[in-house]
Design a protein around this ligand. Structure first.
Ligand code: DX5
Ligand code: ZN
Length: 220
């Protein structure tokens, strides 16, 4: 089953509560929160306060994507604010296992995020300990960028590896996902699709969520 995670980075922040209620009633499976610190990526967005506010108004799982340096310092505040899944970039840490353990300490699902140009050997030995991998299909930092099809073979290879090991790990993709690009990532093995601009800039949230979920293969 394909899950859709609208990224609130593209939502109207002056009406955030309404936007969350709307994607919830239009079939979203979780809420994706993009946290940027101006160091790991050249943009600054939101922190635990926003997660805490969202937690009060939605029952959907909150999927926090940390694009920050030193993520280990911020696991506790994000966990206590009500995050359900916490992704961090392995490129941002020296000891990914320590961060995974910190996330688990608070009973949250640990996830590893991978930049488009990062290879995945560093996931070796970690896959048994995580609940999800997040493959970036744009360079992190901004919404509305163009999907990078060159990431597809990496997703496929990872899916084959976890299937061989019999591991049940969610494969999330993030960046440039729309009704045209979605089928390609689904075919490669992804089952959690993040979409920001494709949902929040559309006139009909329900139609865009369903067209991403049920996307048919097209050339990208
Ligand atoms: C990029 C973020 C994404 C982004 C998605 O750094 O991690 O979640 O906001 O936006 P779209 O779907 O517009 O590419
Ligand atoms: Zn994201």
């Amino acid at each position: 089953m394909i899950k859709i995670a609208p990224s609130i980075l593209s939502a109207d922040f002056s009406r955030l509560g309404e936007e969350i209620a709307k994607v919830g009633s239009c079939g979203a499976d979780m809420v994706h929160v993009d946290v940027m610190d101006g160091h790991f990526v050249p943009n600054i967005t939101m922190g635990p306060l926003v997660v805490k506010a969202l937690k009060k108004i939605t029952k959907l799982p909150i999927d926090v994507h940390l694009m920050i340096t030193d993520p280990e310092k911020y696991i506790r505040p994000f966990a206590e604010a009500g995050s359900d899944i916490i992704s961090f970039h392995a490129e941002a840490v020296k000891d990914p296992m320590a961060v995974i353990n910190e996330i688990k300490k608070y009973g949250k699902v640990p996830a590893l995020a991978v930049n488009p140009d990062s290879d995945i050997p560093w996931t070796a030995g970690l896959t048994e300990h995580i609940g999800m991998v997040l493959f970036m299909t744009v360079f992190p930092g901004f919404e509305g960028q163009k999907f990078m099809p060159q990431v597809l073979p990496k997703i496929k290879k990872f899916k084959e590896e976890i299937d061989k090991k019999g591991l049940k790990i969610d494969i999330e993709v993030d960046g440039g996902i729309n009704e045209k690009t979605a089928a390609n990532v689904i075919e490669a093995g992804a089952n959690v699709l993040v979409a920001g601009s494709a949902i929040f800039y559309s006139k009909d949230y329900k139609a865009s969520i369903e067209s991403i979920r049920n996307a048919k293969k097209q050339a990208v």
